[in-house]
Design a protein around this ligand. Structure first.
Ligand SMILES: *Cc1c(COP(=O)(O)O)cnc(C)c1O
Length: 438
């Protein structure tokens, strides 16, 4: 048999659909929440097991030599259509394939890939798209590790970058893209809402700008990190993004017990990224994929509840005398920034459950508040069943230069909160009590 590295140039590996798979009842297309219970899995292939077993295997047996050859003809592109089955676990496995099918359902994407972390998903996306001399145009700020990856790591390999602020107008985006278009723009990379400013990116404006400035082969794909609002509250493929990136560690995993990532998009883009993932092995393991399958069954329940809780908690906090301001997407239509409110209306179906709380005072007041919390846990991350609170200036953004901190609104009185699925009134009692300690 050929060494598995032979298959490094794999394109897609479309599988035959499980028999009896239901995506429609009559004319009714089933909703993602329904499809999470069975989509992509045929119990009859696993002794009738209702839930997919965890397939702990590094390689897959071919039924006969001719079938093995056929797989490799597909995998290496000698025959169009990709492999007809599984070959080697660095490329894929049953649990990851089911996960990928189900991830794609949420955003009606053609295809999806699972990764070992959000950052390995982002790194694999970048490596598959850029070469020395290319430019990545991105919105700013980005998740700190993503910024490091673009500027400090890809920078070492001769990749350039240009950015525009997350809330930029069409004119501002045009100006940056026109400047970048003098070279080869490999990718437009967005993150919305930006952390911790919560500024939303106008994806429709970015897509219109890209389409006006670039033509044909020079047109770069638009990728967007949808970790904070997706897939329930934002679906950027609908606003013109080509590729959606996730840290599945957050809302999708949802229980603060795993690290994983995902990428969704058209078959063509996903195949380009798959080729890189097959080569470097950034796929998630079967156990994590299985845990994510369980998580996806309750995704809508968890996110809906967390969103409702956050709305109640934010109402309480906004009217509290010790609170200066609450940076919550649900309050955009009450604010002065009409443009952000307009993007919110066009792009989002919910305000999420992660927001910024500005207390009156500074670090002393913020720390007193954080230390007095009894239900909310003092930890970074977000999107879990439990409520978390942290202090960006002293924690996640500690190493950010003072000037940039001020520009981003990362002040000493800022507390970041991710609301979970606890009882909303218990959470309000916790915050009310902690505010007494301030
Ligand atoms: C957490 C996070 C990441 C990185 O994901 P990991 O799973 O920790 O690698 C990327 N983007 C955003 C917006 C995040 O919140």
């Amino acid at each position: 048999m050929t060494d598995a590295t032979e298959a490094d140039l794999t394109g897609g590996t479309p599988r035959p659909r499980p028999e009896g798979e239901v995506e429609k009842i009559g004319d009714r297309k089933l909703k993602p929440a329904t499809m999470m219970m069975g989509h992509g899995y045929d119990p009859m292939l696993s002794e009738g097991a209702l839930k997919p077993p965890i397939f702990l295997t590094s390689t897959f047996v071919f039924p006969n030599a001719a079938a093995g050859k056929r797989h490799f003809e597909g995998v290496t592109g000698k025959r169009p259509g990709g492999a007809e089955g599984l070959v080697y676990s660095r490329f894929n496995g049953p649990n990851q394939e089911i996960l990928e099918d189900r991830l794609a359902v949420w955003e009606e994407a053609e295809d999806a890939l699972a990764f070992s972390s959000g950052m390995s998903a982002i790194a694999t996306l970048f490596l598959s798209m850029v070469k020395p001399g290319d430019t990545i145009v991105h919105s700013g700020p980005l998740y700190a590790a993503t910024e490091t990856l673009i500027s400090r790591i890809l920078g070492r390999f001769g990749v350039n970058w240009l950015d525009f602020p997350a809330g930029a107008t069409r004119e501002e985006i045009d100006a940056v893209l026109s400047k970048a278009a003098t070279g080869n723009v490999a990718l437009i990379y967005l993150e919305s809402p930006a952390n911790p400013t919560n500024a939303l990116v106008d994806v429709e404006a970015v897509a219109a700008s890209r389409d006006a400035i670039f033509t044909g082969d020079t047109k770069p794909p638009i990728a967007i990190d949808n970790t904070f609002l997706g897939p329930l509250w934002a679906q950027p493929l609908k606003q013109g993004a080509d590729i959606v990136v996730y840290s599945l560690t957050k809302y999708a995993g949802g229980h603060s017990d795993l690290v994983a990532g995902g990428v969704l998009g058209s078959k063509a883009h996903i195949n380009t990224i798959r080729l890189m993932r097959n080569t470097i092995g950034t796929i998630c393991d079967p156990n994590t994929a299985w845990m994510l399958l369980r998580s996806l069954e309750t995704l809508e329940l968890r996110m809906s509840r967390a969103g409702e809780n956050a709305a109640k908690v934010c109402e309480f906090l906004a009217s509290h005398p010790k609170v200066e301001k609450v940076g919550y997407l649900g309050f955009l239509d009450r604010g002065e920034d009409k443009r952000q409110a307009d993007i919110y209306r066009r792009h989002c179906t919910g305000a999420g459950s992660t927001f910024s709380l500005y207390l009156k005072g500074g670090e002393k007041e913020a720390f007193a508040f954080l230390d007095a919390l009894k239900i909310a846990k003092l930890a970074v991350s977000l999107g879990g069943t439990e409520t978390l609170a942290s202090h960006p200036a002293g924690m996640t953004h500690l190493s950010v230069a003072e000037e940039r901190k001020q520009a981003l609104g990362i002040t000493d009185n800022l507390v970041r909160i991710s609301i979970g699925v606890e009882d909303a009134d218990d959470l309000i009692a916790d915050f009310e009590n902690a505010l007494k300690a301030v």
